[in-house]
Design a protein around this ligand. Structure first.
Ligand code: G2I
Length: 333
């Protein structure tokens, strides 16, 4: 009996050691967190290989642009839900969970919203949240309710919402979203809040204060747009842990790691290390419940448009081949 067991263990060990990284199976099978990607409806419709890899590897999707106010109501009162509905339908068919992005953001905001006076703006924001969160009620696991509300120094960003509606607009947005979809987890989401710094301090203080007031906020979204040019942020694990200690969930919502071009094997190894450190920090904290990347293929990424000279920020290359960063994440856990 003892011999058989030992032999079995040895066989298992040999198999494990001999198994190539790809034998780990899809990413979604090797983590206890939601593992997601931003997705664009037009690629989902047009590219079978894109759809196949997304479906195989991930169990959550975030519409990259399709749920933004500027997309759904570019003209006042004229709604276009086509992209959002297509992604929701895809998720329904394939059993994916959905992260909604985003109800209130100063960017990709329809022009007509910017010109409104305070009283009208408040009503319009309330209506927008009620309509959008209400339309997808019960279908969205988590919403990025308020996106990018802070400056780097921790002061409030002077958006149209902040300047016209005042500090209370954030609490209001969460209350309105909760009324529209009571089961969705409601998040505040931002970039450059991975580590310990003035912006993550401000986010921490805000969440603490909102929780004390009984505002329905359930999570902090950490975007994690990283670049090899700026080094790895300090204190990511501690930062995630302090948010979790407030009694909220944490999600990595938009992870990518930009590479100064050209790509080299060394840079791909550093990219894998950056991705891996965020992944490990999330897995070290029980309430870090999601790891989502901002797109999954270098074929489609926002990075080269916004940061000339940088790119290749995703887990898969243009031809959908997994990169070292993918293998770094995709180990049996
Ligand atoms: O900027 C990266 C992300 C930062 N956090 C919030 C995210 O919502 C944001 O996503 C990006 C999208 O990946 C881009 O695809 O948001 C950009 C807008 O600020 C998106 O870019 C826009 C282009 O600016 C438009 O010209 C284009 O029509 O995408 C639109 C749709 O392709």
């Amino acid at each position: 009996m003892r011999t058989r067991l030992a032999a079995g263990t040895a066989v298992l060990l040999v198999l494990t050691l001999a198994a190539p990284a790809s034998a780990a199976g899809p990413l979604k099978h090797n983590t206890t967190r939601w593992v997601g990607s931003a997705v664009a409806a037009q690629h989902l419709a047009a590219e079978a290989d894109y759809r196949k890899v997304l479906t195989r590897e991930f169990d959550s999707v975030t519409p990259e642009n399709e749920m933004k106010w500027g997309t759904v109501e570019a003209v006042r009162g004229q709604y276009d839900w086509s992209g959002a509905d297509a992604i929701v339908a895809y998720a329904g068919k394939t059993g994916k969970s959905i992260r909604g992005h985003t109800l209130l953001w100063h960017s990709q905001l329809p022009d007509w919203v910017g010109g409104l006076e305070a009283a009208e703006l408040r009503g319009v924001v309330r209506e927008h949240i009620a309509v959008e969160a209400g339309r997808f009620r019960g279908k969205i696991r988590a919403w990025d309710v308020v996106n990018e509300a802070f400056n780097e120094d921790g002061t409030r960003r002077q958006t149209v919402f902040q300047t016209k509606l005042g500090d209370g607009y954030i609490a209001d947005a969460f209350r309105w979203a909760h009324a529209a979809d009571p089961k969705a987890k409601l998040y505040i989401n931002d970039y450059n809040v991975e580590g310990l710094n003035a912006k993550s301090d401000a986010t921490y203080e805000l969440v603490k204060s909102l929780r004390r007031q009984g505002v329905p906020i359930h999570g902090v979204g950490i975007q994690a747009h990283l670049s090899l040019m700026y080094g790895f942020p300090e204190g990511v694990r501690e930062n995630i842990a302090r948010f979790a200690a407030l009694g909220v969930d944490v999600a990595i919502t938009e992870a990518d790691v930009r590479i100064p071009l050209p790509v080299t094997p060394e840079k791909l190894a550093s990219q894998a290390d950056y991705f891996g450190r965020v992944w490990d920090a999330c897995h070290a904290v029980k309430r870090c419940v999601e790891f989502t990347t901002w797109g999954f293929t270098d074929r489609h990424s926002w990075v080269p448009d916004v940061f000339p000279g940088e790119g290749a920020a995703c887990l898969f290359d243009e031809n959908l081949r997994p990169k070292p960063a993918y293998h770094r994440l995709n180990r049996h856990r």
